[in-house]
Design a protein around this ligand. Structure first.
Ligand code: HEC
Length: 189
């Protein structure tokens, strides 16, 4: 840019500046107003404190390490209760998260795993092995804020191995793998 064109540009900028500033301010306030209105539409939350008899770990006898892994890395999207981060309150981030939770829960719900037929349960367990082997679960975006969810190969193998064993056990004898801890019956329905 030559010296004279630069001068010309500066000249026009000074002349037009109040106009540009005015338009920019209007756009900014409009965006702010739209953002504020979005906050009025909060998604329905997935929250429940019920400890159901049909919950995977109440229904089947499962190893403690696998139970705690599933609890800390899968239950937020695959159960009746999500432990929400604060930013669920900010829309449209909250809508996006809730849509993932609803979708995940509709495909696999550990809180109601005991209600599945033998065939459906083995199918879900086979899918669990698949997602562990392919490393597609937990969703990658979820690992940004839940560092526990960034599970190691060993942890993925542990979940896959458990799912394989339970799947085999259930198809041989659907009662053999049940959780026989009768103390659960007192607190659960
Ligand atoms: C942040 C949410 C989220 C977390 C955490 C999560 N999932 Fe998912 N999961 C989903 C969504 C969403 C789908 C549906 C994928 C699709 O079809 O788009 C899904 C699908 C699945 C499926 C396939 C079910 C089917 O019927 O197709 C399996 C199996 C699964 N998840 C297992 C797991 C396991 C095991 C964990 C924990 C190690 C886990 N997921 C953690 C969101 C999640």
């Amino acid at each position: 840019m030559s010296y004279s064109t630069l001068l010309k540009n500066v000249f026009w900028f000074i002349i037009l500046f109040p106009e540009i500033y005015c338009v920019a301010k209007k756009i900014f306030y409009s965006i702010l107003a739209i953002f504020a209105i979005l906050q009025l539409f909060q998604p329905d939350r997935n929250i429940s404190s019920e400890n159901l008899k049909s919950d995977l770990a109440n229904y089947y006898d499962i190893p403690n390490n696998v139970e705690s892994l599933l609890n800390s890395t899968c239950y937020d999207c695959h159960s009746n209760n999500t432990d929400y981060p604060w930013f669920i309150n900010i829309q449209p981030i909250g809508w996006y998260m809730q849509s993932k939770i609803n979708k995940g829960k509709s495909k696999l719900n550990f809180s109601e795993f005991g209600l599945l037929s033998t065939q459906d349960a083995t199918e879900k367990l086979d899918e669990i092995q698949e997602v562990m082997n392919k490393n597609t679960m937990p969703l990658h975006s979820y690992k940004w804020y839940n560092k526990d969810a960034d599970i190691t190969i060993e942890q993925r193998d542990a979940i896959a191995q458990w799912a394989l064993n339970l799947s085999k056990q259930i198809s041989n004898d659907s009662t053999a793998a049940l959780n026989k801890d009768t103390s659960l019956l007192r607190v659960l329905h």
